[in-house]
Design a binder for this molecule. Structure first.
Ligand SMILES: Nc1ncnc2c1ncn2[C@@H]1O[C@H](COP(=O)(O)OP(=O)(O)OP(=O)(O)O)[C@@H](O)[C@H]1O
Ligand SMILES: [Mg+2]
Length: 354
């Protein structure tokens, strides 16, 4: 194989490293460079263990490949990465026998990434169906609701005694509450988006001050911003709503007492909803609260799923809908003591530099 042939590997989101029989790197693709945080120039010609640190499990698998104990093997292995330390990676090692060079090919996928992609795909159809159901349901409720409220008001005015008015007031109050719920269900589709350059840190600061006003004592909101991030192409109000809904849930889970971190990072070479982006923004909203109740953890983004008796279960559905409209993705990992919502939004550099 000539070097030219290897360049096609750069199109892959999977990290690929080719080794010769002495375990020296012959080639590594761009995804591998990003994963290891080491350039292909530094890697090529050196032994993998010298450049990125040796781990027994990996060494053993590679030696088995050289000794022809298998042709291809896939396993979750622990790697020691210069960029992020000990990391579990989905590792496939293939021993090529047909070519003269007898190369060993390593394919690496991030387990979280892989799980996220699978889940994203599974949920995409369901989310669409859910959205339509919600919108139709909201319209169906909205029209008769106006009639119910109007009739209750008329009745209220005609009633001979104040005792009975208590009942009409219940009807009016509950109709108003339902009206508010229905308005929220229809909200994402009502206002046209205004796309402009948005500094995500301004969005975070706005949310931070709103949250501190809403939870005045006992809540700390730390910022950990990467200020080198370019602006993103988005609707400021929608993005504020997204971060606010997520942060408010965190504050509610903390009972207003605890720590939230707003953290921004650059992500490179990411795939979101089957589209590859060179650059993206990762915004984490992290709290040290009790975690999402296990029974709803898999369904938190679905409409009407709530862990609170008073909750509408719409905050995260709305956040997800807005994030999708920005070509992004929202996901969560949660355990007691650490809930981490990741909002990943693509950054279009061409656009940012205008
Ligand atoms: N950071 C968090 N920690 C613990 N649980 C969380 C967290 N974020 C969300 N949840 C759980 O997910 C549920 C769904 O959240 P979502 O915002 O969609 O609805 P809600 O907060 O119940 O109601 P609302 O529509 O008023 O926001 C919450 O009720 C809560 O149980
Ligand atoms: Mg909420």
């Amino acid at each position: 194989m000539s070097t030219r042939d290897f360049r096609n590997f750069d199109l892959l989101t999977t990290s690929v490293v080719l080794l010769d029989q002495s375990l020296r790197v012959v080639f590594c693709n761009q995804s591998a460079e990003v994963l290891f945080g080491v350039s292909s120039r530094q890697l090529e010609g050196s032994r993998l263990s010298e450049s990125i640190g040796s781990v027994d499990e990996v060494e053993q698998m590679l030696h088995e490949a050289i000794e022809h104990q298998f042709d291809a093997k896939r396993q979750h292995l622990t790697w020691q990465l210069p960029t992020r330390g000990v990391t579990q990676l989905d590792t496939t090692v293939t021993a090529q026998r047909e070519t003269d060079e007898r190369l060993i090919c390593i394919e690496l996928r991030e387990i979280d990434q892989q799980r996220r992609l699978d889940r994203e795909e599974r949920q995409a159809d369901l989310t669409q169906a859910n959205k339509e159901l919600m919108r139709n349901l909201a319209h169906e409720i909205k029209n008769p609701l106006g009639g119910v409220r109007g009739a209750a008001q008329l009745l209220d005015a005609e009633l001979p005694s104040d005792d009975l008015r208590e009942y009409t007031q219940v009807i009016i109050k509950e109709a108003d509450r339902l009206q508010g719920l229905v308005d929220q269900m229809l909200a994402p589709h009502r206002k046209a988006r205004v796309m402009e350059p948005v500094n995500i840190h301004e969005v975070c600061e706005r949310v931070r001050s709103l949250m501190l006003a809403e939870f005045p004592s006992g809540l700390s909101i730390a910022r950990d911003y990467d200020t080198s991030l370019p602006p993103i192409h988005g609707d400021r109000e929608q993005l504020i709503q997204v971060v606010l809904n997520v942060a408010r849930n965190a504050a509610q889970a903390l009972g207003g007492q605890g720590a939230i971190i707003l953290q921004s990072r650059v992500a490179r070479q990411v795939t979101i909803a089957k589209t590859r982006h060179k650059l993206a923004l990762d915004l984490h909203v992290i709290d040290d609260g009790p975690g999402i109740p296990e029974e709803i953890r898999e369904r938190v983004f679905y409409p009407l799923v709530s862990g609170h008796p008073q909750g509408h279960g719409l905050g995260l559905t709305l956040a997800q809908s807005f994030v999708h409209q920005h070509g992004g993705v929202i996901d969560v990992t949660s355990r007691p003591g650490c809930t981490d919502f990741l909002i990943r939004l693509p950054i279009d550099l061409k656009w940012s530099q205008q």
